[in-house]
Design a protein around this ligand. Structure first.
Ligand SMILES: [Zn+2]
Length: 254
């Protein structure tokens, strides 16, 4: 009897969480109001370089993400409020749980739950409606030559992004942040994971361009501008990226 009761309560909690998540995911792409995107700065390696760099950052450094989303919304015939509002949250001293490397499906689910719990513990939500929370972890480029890959979770509207703490990277970092942010809205990757090359046609910003290569812009969910059949580069800034038709559909713009 008691056991049935406990199982019933647990099921009730699970269904409530699932429903809440589903509602937040649906409402995040309703585009009735500008969607708040909160950015939290974290020193990823505890270095003095990252600490200094974090102190130098202001909301202005992240405005290009807002401009990118607004311009693209308008290009798809949407109102400019079918866009986002970037906010700079407090600096967080705790480290969000790292995603498992080549984890099983179960490990990934466990991490996603841990990440949501950690977010709930470490951030406040100001204002009503769904909001995206992006955690940006900064690393000293002299200490870390390569960064672990970043993730955006649709469940919970949370992004965990690893970036370099360098003035020369500020603009390019926004390309990574925008890519992971769009994952939280349900946009899928449009590159071949084996080669990192953009997939044709969905990973091309202008799939109708003649000649097709080199492309001038990167499709944001492909993450790279295709230059030749074997070569693609990460754009220097969001000004060199676009949202392709498939991604626009995925985020309910088409
Ligand atoms: Zn991705």
């Amino acid at each position: 009897m008691l056991k049935t009761f406990r199982v019933a309560i647990l099921l009730f909690i699970l269904v409530s969480v699932a429903l809440g998540t589903w509602r937040a995911n649906t409402r995040s792409v309703e585009w009735k109001y500008a969607l708040p995107v909160n950015i939290y700065l974290i020193n990823g390696d505890g270095s003095a370089v990252a600490a200094d760099y974090l102190r130098s950052l202001t909301i202005e450094d992240f405005k290009p993400i807002e401009t990118f989303m607004r311009d693209e919304a308008v290009r798809y015939g949407r109102a400019s409020h079918a866009s986002i509002q970037v906010r700079l949250g407090v600096k967080i001293d705790a480290q969000p749980p790292a995603p498992p490397r080549n984890g099983s499906a179960l490990e990934v689910i466990a991490w996603s739950l841990k990440m949501r719990w950690w977010t709930w513990r470490n951030t406040d939500t100001i204002g009503p409606g769904p909001q995206v929370k992006m955690f940006l972890l900064y690393f000293d480029p002299a200490q870390s030559k390569r960064l672990a890959h970043s993730t955006g979770l649709q469940k919970g509207l949370i992004g965990r992004v690893n970036v370099f703490a360098a003035d020369s990277m500020t603009r390019q970092n926004n390309v990574i942040v925008a890519h992971e942010f769009l994952h939280t809205l349900g946009a899928t990757d449009k590159y071949d994971p084996a080669t990192n090359l953009p997939l044709f046609p969905d990973g091309y910003a202008n799939p109708d361009l003649k000649p097709l290569l080199p492309q001038r812009f990167a499709e944001i969910m492909a993450g790279r501008t295709p230059l030749s059949a074997t070569e693609a580069v990460t754009p220097a800034a969001l000004e060199d990226a676009l949202i392709g038709g498939k991604t626009a559909k995925e985020i309910n713009w088409k």
